[in-house]
Every structure is written in C-alpha cells, then in structure tokens.
Design a protein around this ligand. Structure first.
Ligand code: FFO
Ligand code: ATP
Length: 253
C-alpha cells in the first residue's frame, strides 16, 4: 500500500507493533487459514479491489439532495461483500489505532456497525486488551435526538434500540459526558474533502459534536472510501470533522 496516501496532511502512521499484533490476533480469530496469510498488499491487489494508489473517481453529488445522496451511498456500502468488509475493517482499524495512540486517548467512543458501515467489533476487542476504555452511543431516554455514551465491556448487557442497533443498557454509573471522552469515532453515511459529514438523518451526532470544544474530544469520521462524495450540501448545524479515516486515507482538515 502506498504510504504517501497516508502521509497526506499528516504525520506518517506509526503504531506500536505490540498493539498492531493484538489487533491482528483478533482479526485472525474466526478467519480461515488463507485469510490469515493475507497481507495488506495481497488484500488490495485482489481483483475485487481497486488500487488505492489510483484515486477513485468521487461520486458526483453536485446538485443532489441530502436524501438522494444518503440513499445512493447506503446502497453502495451495503453492496460490499462480507469478505471485503472484513478485510477493509482490518486495514482501517490499524489507521484508527494509530490515531488513538497518536493522541494517547484513554476513553474512546465507538459505534457498532450496521447497514454496511465499517465494522468496529474486532478493533474494540483490541482496545479492551490495551486497557483503553470503549464507549458506545445509546439513544437518550428522554432528550429526543440526543445520545448518551455508555462504557462498553465484555460484561455489558446489550439491548436493541428502535433502529435495531445493539446498545448498552442504561447504567448511570457508566456514562461518560462528551467532555470526559478523548475521542469520538463517528459513523457517517457520506463525507466530502472538507470534512463535512452527513449521517442517518437523526441529527444525533450533530448535537453531540456541537458540544466539542477545541477538539476535545477529537471527532474522527470512520467510513469506507465509497462513502466519499464530491460535495455535500451543508446546513448551519453541521459540524465538520477534523479527521476522517478510511481504509486508504486519513483526511486532516
Ligand atoms: N452504528 C450506528 N449507530 C448509531 C448511529 C449510526 O449512524 N450508526 N446513529 C447516528 O445517528 C444513531 C442512530 N441513528 C439512526 C438514525 C436513523 C436510522 C434509520 O435506520 N433510519 C431509517 C428509518 C427508520 C425508522 O424511522 O424507523 C431509514 O432512514 O431508513 C438508524 C439509526 C446512534 N447509533
Ligand atoms: N445542534 C443541533 N441542535 C438542534 N437540532 C439539530 C442540531 N443538529 C442537527 N439538528 C437537527 O437534526 C435534524 C437532522 O440533521 P441531519 O440530517 O444533518 O442529521 P445527520 O447528520 O444526517 O444525522 P446523525 O448526526 O444522527 O448521523 C435536522 O432537522 C436538524 O434540524
């Protein structure tokens, strides 16, 4: 994989090797022997993948409504096969782990993937192993459109919310306020080169990101490359992301 892509607007990626090893262990468990042998290079050379050193043509979203962009991109990411999802999640999670280590984050809010989002489950296990606290969003029980961030461990009781996404059972002892988090990794549907983000349409993360002061916590968008569009129609409440990580790049705005 071409390193220059990763170095754009940023320092080169440097993960401490024991942390990367932990990550690879989790990605290897439950995979076939041939999966285990795959290196990043082998993965991206597979016929089904485009060469990430050649920038993919961006989806031309000019003049499209937010809803039609949403529909189109959701379809694109849902079209990825399970094997592609697994391999892309491994590559992207190495970059996200580097970002977590770069800012020495101790409390990181992540999400559990649905609807073709970039998976986080194995990265979460690696973070547990590294003693980094993981938090997940849950819909606020009273304040409509707001999220709470609840500590997630191997013992957390999970309940599906009304969108059928598993979330931690409410436990007041395990809530982190936004300011107590070091990083919020946001799911998103589409993003553009300026860090603009569009989500599922509930405004949940917009309301959360409105509470960020001076990049504390650092908001990091995490998405497939196919979710990048040429331009997003922005609204006054949209908060641009300072960092976006995909399997092939790190955008720093
Ligand atoms: N993995 C993940 N967790 C997340 C989010 C996310 O985008 N991804 N959210 C980010 O905000 C919040 C949930 N927001 C969501 C908003 C809309 C729909 C959704 O499926 N909307 C349907 C209509 C469903 C209905 O109203 O019953 C749709 O648009 O098709 C799902 C989640 C919190 N947790
Ligand atoms: N900071 C905010 N305060 C109040 N309302 C907001 C705020 N941010 C967004 N909203 C409202 O939320 C609604 C949905 O916004 P939008 O379509 O941008 O959500 P989204 O970014 O796609 O969703 P999400 O953040 O949940 O992933 C809008 O109607 C908007 O008025």
């Amino acid at each position: 994989m071409s390193m220059t892509r990763f170095m754009t607007n940023s320092e080169p990626y440097q993960s401490d090797s024991s942390a990367v090893q932990t990550l690879i262990t989790y990605f290897s468990s439950g995979s076939t022997a041939s999966d285990k042998l795959m290196t990043d290079q082998a993965i991206i050379n597979k016929d089904s993948f485009t060469d990430p050193s050649i920038p993919a043509p961006l989806f031309d979203s000019y003049n499209m409504s937010r809803d039609s962009i949403r529909r189109h991109i959701r379809q694109e990411r849902n079209a990825l096969s399970q094997a592609e999802q697994n391999q892309l999640a491994l590559i992207a999670s190495r970059h996200l782990l580097s970002e977590i280590q770069r800012i020495s984050a101790k409390r990181v809010a992540l999400y559990l993937a649905f609807d073709g989002e970039l998976a986080t489950n194995k990265l979460i296990k690696a973070l547990w192993k590294l003693d980094i606290e993981v938090y997940l969003p849950r819909l606020h029980p009273f304040a409509k459109g707001h999220l709470l961030f609840i500590r997630y461990t191997a013992d957390t009781v999970m309940i599906n919310n009304r969108f059928n996404i598993a979330e931690p059972k409410l436990d007041v002892g395990n809530i982190a306020t936004v300011e107590q988090l070091d990083m919020i990794v946001t799911p998103l549907v589409a993003f553009d080169n300026n860090g603009n983000r569009m989500g599922m349409g509930g405004g949940y993360y917009d309301r959360t990101l409105a509470q960020v002061i001076d990049n504390k916590p650092l908001a990091v968008g995490y998405a497939h490359d196919c979710q990048q569009v040429s331009v997003l129609p922005i609204e006054y409440w949209d908060v641009p992301l300072p960092v976006i990580i995909t399997p092939t790049k790190r955008l720093a705005i």
